[in-house]
Design a protein around this ligand. Structure first.
Ligand code: FER
Length: 298
């Protein structure tokens, strides 16, 4: 209870602080990138999630969300990440891990603030629609001052340095301190916007580390598909899942669509899911709801 009120108080302060940045919305994306122009394949792959999918439900077991610290070798500071452990988390089970990355205005608190990943996972696990898994939500801004302050767009280069922290410190810290399976089949990487770009850049080039990849509204930090997957059939074929999604009101659809087109041309199975949302928490919550039902299943 005490921890809970402290968390509420800090989140409230963070929201009120003029220094604290926010994720750009669809209008800001339109001003920077242009309007979303749709093509025939830009349609939903799934029906909209059921009502209440992202609301805490009474009468089911709940997981636990905590903010932890770790030493980052590459950044040279103590950094924070949010970790969700599923209901009934036990040292006698080795859990799969989904690493979830935030956007340009966010930090390790963004996924919990915008998309209620704890409620989404609790509900799916209770309904036996997702396997119990750990969610790790680190801070993708790999620089000494990693707060989302000032003109966050100027901090884009630090997102490109995050692979060293992820592979060199974050994954080792999780695998040392939690009861997790440590092979590629039990590691997934997904992210929203800048975090989607990081996911595609770092995930698609590391099939030995991750088998499951999800880019939601991926941002212009995303490298072109031909650079990440030069031999589409061979390189992309190594993954159990490549999931690409975007809202049909989000100008960043022009970043994800070429991946869909490249994979489609090369006959590589993947998911291209375009829903009715914009560059917003509703799209990211829905994408997590769909993605979490597909990962870690054979
Ligand atoms: C840009 C537009 C959007 C950009 C980044 C973003 C680096 C990221 C948005 C987000 O993370 O929500 O031109 O350049």
């Amino acid at each position: 209870m005490k921890k809970h009120s402290l968390f509420l108080a800090t989140s409230l302060l963070a929201c009120l602080s003029p220094l604290h940045a926010q994720e750009p919305d669809s209008k800001q994306i339109e001003n920077r990138i242009g309007k979303a122009e749709l093509k025939p394949d830009d349609k939903p792959a799934f029906p909209a999630p059921p009502a209440g999918f992202n609301k805490r439900r009474d009468g089911i077991p709940h997981g636990k969300t905590e903010l932890i610290s770790y030493e980052s070798k590459s950044v040279g500071t103590t950094r924070k990440m949010t970790v969700y452990t599923p209901p009934g988390y036990s040292k006698n089970t080795r859990y799969p891990v989904l690493y979830l990355l935030h956007g340009i205005g966010g930090d390790e608190t963004e996924w919990p603030r915008l998309a209620s990943p704890d409620a989404i996972l609790d509900n799916l696990i209770a309904d036996k629609k997702a396997v119990p898994m750990i969610l790790v939500m680190p801070n993708g801004r790999a620089q000494k001052n990693d707060r989302a302050e000032g003109d966050v767009f100027r901090q884009a280069p630090a997102f490109g340095e995050f692979d060293k922290d992820l592979f060199g410190s974050i994954i080792p810290h999780i695998e040392k301190n939690y009861s997790v399976a440590t092979d590629r089949d039990h590691r997934a990487l997904a992210g929203l916007s800048m975090g989607g770009g990081q996911t595609l850049n770092f995930g698609l080039t590391h099939p030995e580390i991750f088998a499951w990849i999800g880019g939601f509204s991926s941002a212009p930090n995303t490298k072109p598909p031909r650079e990440l997957l030069p031999d589409a059939k061979k390189d992309a074929g190594k993954f159990s899942l490549i999931f690409l999604s975007c809202g049909n009101k989000d100008g960043l659809i022009s970043i994800s669509r070429p991946f869909h087109e490249y994979l489609k041309e090369s006959n590589v199975p993947h998911i291209w899911h375009v829903d009715d949302h914009g560059h917003d928490g509703a799209h990211w919550a829905a994408s997590l709801h769909h993605f979490a039902q597909l990962v870690f299943k054979s």
